[in-house]
Design a binder for this molecule. Structure first.
Ligand SMILES: Nc1ncnc2c1ncn2[C@@H]1O[C@H](COP(=O)(O)OP(=O)(O)OP(=O)(O)O)[C@@H](O)[C@H]1O
Ligand SMILES: [Mg+2]
Length: 332
């Protein structure tokens, strides 16, 4: 488990002067967030942010993967490990270029105060910025970040009329979701957001550790039920995530604790939570996987590495574990 080494400096001065303009800084995020398991991807992210020579510069990677797999958590934990202040920009379809850089705000006596975005706050104090869910932003907003993401390392604020250079310690990464409510990020931006670090689902042991970390009060039998469910979903290439497991468990535990005189049984509480959190269709994962494959036009769900080396019915296939779903393809 990767803990938080020590609280990064939060006694940062609240303003900075740039080109004669006073910028009011945002407040760093101080959420305590550990990263459990999957050391390789954490090390890759930390490597991106290393500078190995005076002529070197850090990379700005994108973290990709389905919702709830841990992208934001990983970025936050990496920032903590570097012991730098962390700023998070929550990107949406409505994010405008000035939201990303500097926003003018009406202040006392009709004056204008300039507020630095989380990104610019990180640039000024030498912090880490996570552009969260970056592919929800439109092209115009991305365009304003082009100089920052290449060798120029500065951003221009049109509203304040200034150019803002990034502190040498400034680091950035972008998380991106794979769902339909996102924009296509233009190629010239994608080429600045390299490398791509794709998160995979956790192993059984890691998933158990993640659930235990978030719900240390959960009883072992409930944890085991949930991990078994999630691992089966991962094998079937369904997108149920650790976040789904955490929500499901949390609700089941609350239902069991609700009425100590007439407690609901563990199995009933877990099943009710499954229905309420993930929907009734989650009760039959095999059927859900079959329907998902059908919706993909009769194609198989995305291939894993094992598919490159083993035929689907090979017992040595890493996914061949008792409940193989290949047989059911014949019904389709
Ligand atoms: N390896 C991990 N270590 C600790 N917690 C984890 C890990 N993976 C997932 N989690 C937990 O799972 C939940 C979802 O993680 P997170 O919000 O980072 O996912 P995400 O990929 O950013 O999702 P979204 O795409 O919806 O933003 C969080 O509560 C997070 O703490
Ligand atoms: Mg996220």
């Amino acid at each position: 488990m990767t803990g938080r080494p020590s609280a990064p400096a939060t006694n940062l001065s609240k303003t900075r002067e740039v080109g004669g303009v006073t910028l009011h800084l945002g407040t760093p995020d101080t959420t305590d967030q550990s990263w459990i398991g999957q050391d390789a991807v954490l090390r890759q992210l930390l490597a991106c942010w290393l500078v190995v020579d005076p002529n070197d510069r850090p990379l700005s990677p994108r973290l990709t993967g389905p919702p709830g797999i841990g992208k934001t958590t990983l970025a936050m934990a990496a920032a903590r490990l570097r012991n730098q202040p962390l700023f998070i920009c929550q990107c949406t379809a409505d994010t405008r270029p000035e939201d990303l850089i500097v926003t003018p705000v009406l202040a006392e006596k009709g004056t204008i105060a300039y507020h630095a975005s989380p990104l610019v706050s990180a640039m000024l104090v030498g912090g880490v910025c996570v552009l969260d869910e970056g592919n929800r932003m439109n092209e115009k907003s991305w365009a304003s970040l082009a100089p920052l993401l290449d060798h120029r390392r500065y951003a221009e604020s049109i509203v304040a009329g200034i150019t803002i250079p990034a502190h040498p310690d400034f680091r950035v990464c972008v998380t991106m979701n794979e769902d339909e409510s996102t924009y296509e990020v233009p190629d010239y931006i994608l080429s600045r957001l390299q490398p791509t670090l794709a998160l995979g689902f956790p192993t059984r042991d890691d998933e158990l550790a993640i659930l235990k970390y978030h719900l240390p009060f959960a009883e072992d039998a409930l944890l085991a039920l949930t991990v078994e469910f999630l691992q089966q979903a991962h094998r079937l290439k369904l997108d149920f995530s650790p976040r789904d497991g955490i929500n499901l468990l949390r609700f089941a535990i609350k239902r069991m604790a609700q009425d100590p005189r007439h407690p609901i049984s563990r199995d009933a509480a877990w099943r009710e939570a499954l229905f309420c959190v993930l929907g009734e269709e989650a009760a039959d994962l095999q059927d859900l996987a079959r329907r998902k494959r059908r919706a993909l036009g009769g194609q198989h769900a995305p291939l894993g590495l094992g598919d490159l080396f083993f035929s689907p019915d090979d017992p040595l296939h890493p996914d061949a574990e008792g409940d193989s779903f290949e047989d059911e393809d014949q019904e389709d």
